[in-house]
Design a protein around this ligand. Structure first.
Ligand SMILES: [Fe+2]
Length: 350
């Protein structure tokens, strides 16, 4: 349902306060012509109300030749900031950037974060921002899970649908998203509430069955039939099933790049206010559907790049695939059980 401009400003004030914005800080609002002007205005107004020094950085849109569709997660790599040193410098000068255009997964973003600048991405519709307004409790829940994931050496994912997928962990960092950027150099995304890492190279093996009702992003579709992925030594080697499998096969083949079949981040959702059903109530161009990535107990599997954490796989194709009804085991500890229930660490009921 619609959110008033006043409520939107109040929400931004809340999230910027959680992000530790102070009157002595500079806040840059990064935008392009396709940014939601209401979100841009609310971010400006909220930062001003907190006494911060606010300025805007507007960049032209970028349309890579191979990109299809309007979902900004569908193409990784180059961004409107690529090669624009003046804009890069202006952004690095900020203490916090509110990104309303999406710099996700770019070397330029990594460079900005290294200077200590914090980045908060906010590109979802106001209704979604309101329903998944972050809280300190969200952070506590995600950070408790981070302690488990970052020391784990092995992840196994099984399901009644037939998945049995294992990988080694530990070579890549664990990344958390809890909805606010409260520490120097931190990137976060409002709304979110999940965590992930990347399998050690060549260690992911097994079978992953994407079942009826599981979600394919950026297609923004619920699977109506199952798709079986065969994974060997870190790469998908076979995609079988009916029409849904054929569609996925054709989409990934379109990029003509063997790297698209690599396994990217893996993790699980920890956000009770995110809903598996929400995607069905939105148009495809409403946003990037963070509900699907964050809903409680989903196993979030993905394909493609790992450059954002220092890996060498730079490829534009990135699929995020949240699966329901999986059991996720880290070493010998079950963290999510069959029904998608988060059981460890047990922070939801505390
Ligand atoms: Fe992803």
């Amino acid at each position: 349902m619609p959110v008033s401009d006043n409520q939107l400003v109040e929400m931004f004030e809340h999230v910027l306060t959680l992000s530790n914005v102070t009157p002595s800080e500079s806040v840059a609002i990064l935008k392009s012509h396709y940014s939601n002007p209401r979100i841009v205005d609310a971010a400006f107004n909220a930062a001003q109300r907190l006494g911060a020094k606010v300025y805007g950085v507007e960049l032209p849109a970028l349309n890579p030749p191979k990109a299809m569709g309007n979902d900004m997660t569908a193409y990784c790599g180059d961004t409107p900031l690529t090669g624009n040193k003046a804009a890069q410098t202006a952004l690095e000068a900020a203490d916090l950037i509110v990104d309303t255009m999406m710099l996700l997964h770019s070397p330029e973003q990594e460079q900005i974060l290294k200077t200590g600048t914090r980045i908060l991405l906010a590109v979802e519709p106001p209704e979604v921002l309101a329903r998944i307004l972050p809280t300190l409790e969200d952070k506590r829940r995600v950070v408790a899970a981070e302690k488990v994931l970052k020391t784990a050496k092995k992840m196994r994912v099984t399901s009644a649908a037939g998945s049995d997928f294992t990988m080694s962990l530990g070579d890549y960092p664990t990344v958390t998203e809890y909805g606010f950027a409260d520490e120097p150099g931190r990137w976060d995304h409002w709304p979110s509430g999940f965590l992930f890492s990347w399998p050690n190279e060549e260690s992911a093996n097994g079978k992953l069955v994407i079942d009826i009702g599981d979600i394919l992003l950026p297609f923004k579709t619920y699977c109506r039939e199952s798709i079986t992925l065969t994974i060997k030594d870190g790469f998908i080697t076979d995609i079988t099933g009916g029409f849904e499998a054929e569609y996925l096969r054709d989409y990934m083949a379109y990029f003509k790049d063997p790297e698209v079949y690599g396994i990217s981040h893996v993790g699980w959702g920890l956000q009770p206010r995110a809903q598996w059903t929400a995607m069905g109530l939105h148009d495809k161009n409403d946003g990037m559907c963070m509900d699907a990535r964050a809903f409680n107990g989903n196993f979030l599997f993905s394909t493609g790049p790992n450059t954002e954490v220092g890996g060498t796989r730079k490829t534009p194709c990135h699929m995020d695939i949240p699966l329901r009804n999986c059991t996720i085991t880290l070493d010998d500890e079950v963290v999510v059980v069959n029904a998608g229930e988060v059981v460890f660490p047990n922070t939801l009921s505390e």
